[in-house]
Design a protein around this ligand. Structure first.
Ligand SMILES: Nc1ncnc2c1ncn2[C@@H]1O[C@H](COP(=O)(O)OP(=O)(O)OP(=O)(O)O)[C@@H](O)[C@H]1O
Ligand SMILES: [Mg+2]
Length: 326
């Protein structure tokens, strides 16, 4: 877990880049930082691996204040994908990826296997790409290597500063899907900076919307869409996305607050997050073949939904959609 407590950053020329932020990034979650150019995203990120020192306030990683931790040691446990890829041009792809594992003392066959495994993970054939130099790869391929290099030594924390910004829309979508897939299996704590709200909505567990050195709102994608905190957040999300959201019913809208009757019978239910859509709920009921779903928020059960309740909601949403398009 990463915690910012009342952190500010004033650069030497007097620029107030960060004006007091409190931010908690839970372990194993992907949190997106989003906001207009110059709002302080990169500054926030670089304070985590001590490339920038806060002017006041504190940052804790797993409860320990980082201000008195050795920065070299700290950085070995934090993967970092910078905006402009940052591969070392005079080193082969293989050497770029295995740099940190080697520094950490991994054995040769261990890091060689890791290089192949990671290249395969992002669809780059190891026997073709291992020995190439960064300039012998396309921009998108270099960006893939930038991403897997940050994963190479299995750091618990990964910082990604607009890692997909230079990609065409198709490769970008593909890498977003790949990152989501990877994250579903490795569950790292990832801070992901982006300008692109659709990217954030797609891949993040939580989104922090920043403006002018402050955090305007931090929420799950569904919360952000259903309850933007203010006009800035609304306009940042865009009316179109908000409109699309209006008719969308979440599990928590149709749940009953009573959970006792199902908690006694573990084989009768699956769990579902409170902000999942009813179509997710329907899908889960069908695939699991269970009569109930237990609704979870912040790791606590807050209610339940029945198969009938979900069916009813799906049907009424379908009717509304039919009316609005006819
Ligand atoms: N070394 C520096 N000295 C003075 N001001 C700086 C320095 N680095 C950044 N700034 C200023 O701090 C503010 C925040 O910069 P930062 O790089 O964190 O923004 P950002 O949100 O990452 O923007 P972008 O989306 O354009 O990358 C900006 O006003 C920027 O000009
Ligand atoms: Mg930046």
């Amino acid at each position: 877990m990463i915690e910012f407590k009342n952190v500010t950053k004033v650069y030497e020329d007097g620029t107030e880049a960060i004006k007091g932020i409190d931010l908690t990034i839970p372990e194993g979650k992907l949190v997106a930082l989003i906001g207009p150019s110059g709002c302080g995203k990169t500054t926030t990120m670089k304070m985590i691996n001590k490339l920038i020192t806060p002017s006041s306030g504190s940052i804790f990683i797993n409860g320990k204040d980082i201000s008195n931790q050795d920065e070299v040691e700290l950085r070995r446990n934090i993967g970092y994908v910078i905006q402009r890829i940052g591969l070392l041009p005079h080193m082969t792809i293989e050497d770029n990826i295995s740099l940190i594992p080697k520094l950490k003392g991994w054995k040769k066959d261990q890091y060689e296997n890791r290089v192949d495994e990671l290249l395969n993970l992002v669809g780059l054939e190891p026997h073709i790409f291992r020995k190439r130099y960064p300039l012998e790869l396309s921009g998108g391929q270099q960006q893939r290597v930038g991403v897997i290099r940050a994963l190479a030594a299995e750091p618990p924390i990964i910082l990604m500063d607009e890692p997909f910004s230079a990609l065409d829309p198709i490769s970008r979508e593909q890498l977003q899907d790949e990152l989501k897939g990877i994250q579903n299996t490795i569950h790292k704590t990832i801070i992901f900076v982006t300008h692109d709200i659709d990217e954030a909505l797609k891949i993040a567990d939580e989104i922090a919307v920043m403006k002018d050195g402050k955090i305007e709102q931090i929420a799950t994608p569904n919360e952000l869409l259903s309850a933007p905190a203010n006009d800035f957040v609304r306009s940042f999300i865009g009316e179109e996305r908000l409109k699309g959201q209006k008719s969308r019913i979440c599990v928590s809208d149709i749940m009953e607050n009573n959970t006792n009757y199902i908690l006694y019978n573990e084989t009768e239910y699956e769990i579902i997050p409170y902000d999942a859509s009813i179509s997710d709920a329907a899908h889960l009921l069908v695939t699991s073949d269970k009569p109930y779903l237990l609704v979870i928020r912040n790791e606590k059960s807050i209610g339940s939904v029945t198969r009938t309740g979900v069916l009813r909601a799906v049907a009424s949403e379908g009717r509304k959609e039919a009316q609005s398009t006819s």
